[in-house]
Design a protein around this ligand. Structure first.
Ligand code: ADP
Ligand code: MG
Length: 203
């Protein structure tokens, strides 16, 4: 019973946008997705190994849902978790820096066993922000897992981080121990629309 309470409290503090699980994911809707790879990830060996996971693909294919489902599973298994969009992450770090609390704020993102960084690529970052992300990724390197979602391929991350050298340095650390799951398929958000190939503007 105490475990149940710990789990619920941890979920509440995790910043997760919802608490969907892998069981709720309709793999039949996404036939090109490697179901086994996802099931293997759910064993949470990557958390033990302090390695990373990247979900790549266009809007609506379930990147965030899968990242959340792995985080929920990790939380249930007793690992500490935290969820943030890249945008919120850099905004929070920037504000902390302006008020002299950068080191303390960084701990929020360094402490959890699993940090989900959602939505890399929707908004490009400036150099200062990209530098803070680099600090975070290098400090977590081989110390704690990052689950990242992105609508951009890694080759486009130079544009996202506004600097090819910085993007390479981030990717170098992120990808050294990383399971990459590419999802190429239809948007689940548009599944009930008449023309499912119309393009998702909603992200
Ligand atoms: P992305 O992050 O790739 O843009 P999301 O994970 O936010 O997409 O998915 C969009 C919505 O569709 C969410 O409500 C999510 O739970 C749901 N969804 C996506 N793919 C599936 C799926 N295969 N089975 C069930 N629900 C899905
Ligand atoms: Mg998403």
């Amino acid at each position: 019973m105490r475990d149940g309470r710990r789990f619920r409290n941890a979920l509440k503090l995790s910043g997760l946008p919802h608490h969907k699980t892998l069981d709720e994911f309709d793999f039949a809707f996404q036939p090109e997705l490697d179901r086994r790879k996802v099931r293997d990830l759910a064993s949470l060996e990557f958390v033990q190994a302090k390695s990373n996971v990247a979900f790549l693909g266009p809007p609506g294919v379930g990147k965030t849902m899968l990242a959340v489902a792995l985080a929920v599973a990790a939380c249930q298994a007793g690992f500490s978790i935290y969820f943030t969009s890249l945008d919120d992450l850099v905004r929070n770090l920037r504000e902390a820096e302006a008020s002299g609390r950068f080191a303390k704020k960084l701990q929020t993102y360094l402490k959890p066993s699993v940090l989900v960084v959602d939505e890399v690529g929707y908004l490009p970052l400036n150099r200062t922000d990209a530098n803070m992300v680099f600090q975070l990724v290098s400090r977590r390197y081989e110390k704690g897992s990052i689950i990242v979602t992105s609508n951009k391929s890694f080759s486009e991350w130079g544009q996202v981080f506004g600097d090819d050298v910085l993007a390479s340095a981030i990717l170098d650390r992120l990808l050294h121990h990383c399971e990459v799951v590419s999802i190429n398929g239809p948007s689940y958000r548009l599944k009930d629309h008449v023309n499912p190939k119309g393009g998702d503007q909603s992200h």
